[in-house]
Ligand binder design. Structure first.
Ligand code: 5AD
Ligand code: FES
Length: 348
């Protein structure tokens, strides 16, 4: 195993058989070794810096029905909300005061927010906070829509591929297309966005072969960012009674992705912090270098319930900033308040 890990560390690549062998055969010591190599790689490229992104969850309406997700359209128990332009801007204002240089606008696929509205939001944010990066996370759109947002000033786009196994993808996403999701990721790259893909860990029926598909897909796509978090059941979804993903597997995936894509921006996700009080710290020590503190207005945070038990639901943005900063310092890292662009990327 050690040879395989060394090979992954040196060559930033492994083939299908090798990845599978790694996932199936690691002892506790091997996992520690993998994590140490991922940490070393992160230190080489980013030092002990951790990049924060202020997350604004601006709508929980969604036309889709992803079976794992608490804001799926069919969930009658979801208490729906939309933020107005003014509310979004005041969340940015607060973020700006706290020093954030990146805002992530995340929402369900909400047809109320037409392209014109999204363009207006992007322009307003860019106009008021010219030195900040705007990241969108609003799902599948046409090439033309993505292009309009980009031309309006959006810099980055997060669209997890969720799983790179077609059959599993189709089971989890009724009415959606595996091919279209991949088309979206390619379009986003072609347009010039810094792109974030990613997947969940511990989905019902997910196997090591599926993880290998995810890892190979990411290696091929070469996204600037990769979001990886454990699946956590949400009580009003068809997967309510399934078991959640584990910290151990999630951390292994983070470490492997750090080694496959040494320069990637890799969040220690909120979902990881939800299943373990020190989950995000464990992620940071395994190669993650991004955190996404919540800037959404306090009143709506509980309503953006993708999964149960979500943390950062009751605190003010300022408290969240303090909390995350303390955690990062105690784990031996420093918050880096710049935009934190991926080093390999230049705006076209
Ligand atoms: N558990 C964990 N992650 C989830 N997401 C959605 N629902 C859940 C859940 N129940 C993730 C998806 C999505 C991201 C915004 O949140 O991967 O892309
Ligand atoms: Fe948000 Fe701790 S990170 S409250």
């Amino acid at each position: 195993m050690k040879e395989l890990i060394d090979k992954l560390y040196k060559q930033n690549n492994l083939n299908r058989e090798e990845l599978l062998k790694l996932l199936e055969g690691m002892s506790k010591e091997d996992v520690d070794y993998l994590i140490s190599k991922a940490h070393e790689t992160r230190m080489k490229h980013y030092g002990n810096k951790v990049y924060p992104r202020g997350l604004i969850e601006f709508t929980n309406y969604c036309k889709n029905n992803c079976v794992y997700c608490g804001i799926r359209g069919l969930n009658k128990n979801a208490d729906r909300y939309r933020l107005s332009l003014e509310e979004i801007l005041s969340a940015c204002e607060e973020g700006n005061r706290l020093g954030y240089k990146t805002f992530v606008l995340q929402g369900g696929e909400d047809t109320f927010f037409t392209d014109d509205k999204i363009v207006e939001i992007i322009k307003e944010i860019k106009n008021r906070f010219p030195d900040t990066a705007v990241t969108l996370s609003i799902g599948e759109k046409s090439y033309e829509s993505y292009k309009r947002y980009y031309d309006a000033g959006a810099d980055r786009y997060l669209l997890r591929h969720e799983t790179a196994t077609k059959e599993l993808y189709e089971k989890l996403h009724p009415g959606m297309s595996f091919e279209n999701r991949r088309r979206c990721l390619r379009d986003l790259k072609d347009i010039g966005y810094q792109v974030g893909a990613g997947f969940m860990v511990g989905l019902p029926g997910q196997s090591n072969e599926d993880y290998v598909n995810d890892l190979l897909f990411l290696k091929e796509l070469e996204p600037e960012m990769v979001g990886i978090g454990p699946f956590i059941p949400q009580k009003d979804t068809p997967l309510a009674n399934e078991s959640r993903g584990t910290v151990e597997t999630t951390v292994i995936m983070l470490a492997i992705v750090r080694l496959l894509l040494p320069e990637v921006l890799l969040p220690a996700t909120t979902a990881l912090g939800t299943i373990d009080p020190l989950g995000r710290e464990k992620g940071l020590k395994a190669g993650a270098n991004v955190v996404m503190p919540n800037l959404s207005p306090t009143e709506v945070r509980k309503k953006y319930a993708l999964y149960d038990g979500k943390i950062c639901t009751g605190d003010e943005a300022a408290e969240c900033r303090m909390c995350i900063e303390g955690r990062i310092k105690r784990a031996g890292f420093v918050l880096e308040m710049s935009r934190g662009d991926n080093k390999l990327w230049r705006r076209r």
